[in-house]
Design a protein. Structure first.
Length: 236
């Protein structure tokens, strides 16, 4: 199960944290993995991990908010591998700013990376995937993304007429460098974990397992879905 041999997967924001483990997990299942992030040197460190496990890997510097960079990188990937099968839209930032003090530039930076970046990469990936009538687009969001609802037939976020499934993973409290950089106080952390039935933070690898599932043929009837990996936080 979950065999990704022959598939080409591109992961954004893959130099550390969950992006790194997503790349390693996909490579472990046989996918050729393209690691992208704004820091090429750190991408190469992850690529070395993939190579050490005899994986096929490539690295590119990519600012997902820059359409020219997105197009150029995707062009290079297709030129190298001849196809693109899996996109993991993982790149994202979290910068804590009180609403009344937030600047327009701070707002724009978050929207450009976390929202526009996913759109630009998904659109470009879908154009390649449509050529083979097979594709997996996996958007990494958060349990802070809002409530659940019902998809509407004909909605681009839900239907898959081109053989491309589009799903979302909503991680909860995951132990990543980004969380560490937020400098959350012990009191606040304890209060947060008190609401998680499993009483611990999740590991990036536990989210990556969901990525592998959604990228595989075993998830061929799953689309328009949000899979929460949160230790039961939302259900509590």
């Amino acid at each position: 199960m979950f065999n990704l041999q022959g598939k080409v997967a591109l992961v954004t924001g893959a130099r550390r944290g969950m992006g790194r483990t997503h790349a390693l997990a996909l490579a472990a299942q046989g996918a050729k993995v393209v690691i992208t992030d704004v820091d090429l040197n750190e991408c190469e460190l992850v690529a070395d991990e993939v190579r050490a496990a005899n994986g096929d890997v490539a690295c590119f510097k990519l600012d997902v908010s820059n359409k020219t960079e997105v197009d150029n990188v995707f062009d290079e990937v297709v030129a190298k591998y001849g196809r693109l099968d899996i996109l993991v839209n993982n790149a994202g930032i979290y910068e804590s700013h009180p609403f009344l003090e937030m600047t327009e530039a701070e707002w724009d930076r978050t929207i450009d990376i976390n929202l526009k970046g996913q759109f630009l990469c998904a659109q470009r990936a879908a154009r390649e995937m449509a050529k083979n009538k097979w594709g997996r687009i996996i958007n990494i969001a958060s349990i802070a993304s809002g409530g659940v609802g019902v998809g509407i037939g004909g909605g681009a976020h839900y239907t898959a007429p081109l053989g491309i499934t589009v799903n979302v993973i909503g991680p909860g409290a995951i132990d990543t460098p980004m969380v560490g950089a937020a400098n959350i106080s012990k009191k606040a952390m304890d209060a947060m974990l008190a609401g998680v039935p499993l009483k611990r933070m999740g590991r990036p690898e536990e989210v990556s397992a969901a990525v592998v599932f959604l990228a595989s043929d075993e998830a061929s009837y799953v689309t328009g879905a949000t899979l929460y990996v949160d230790g039961g936080w939302l259900a509590a």
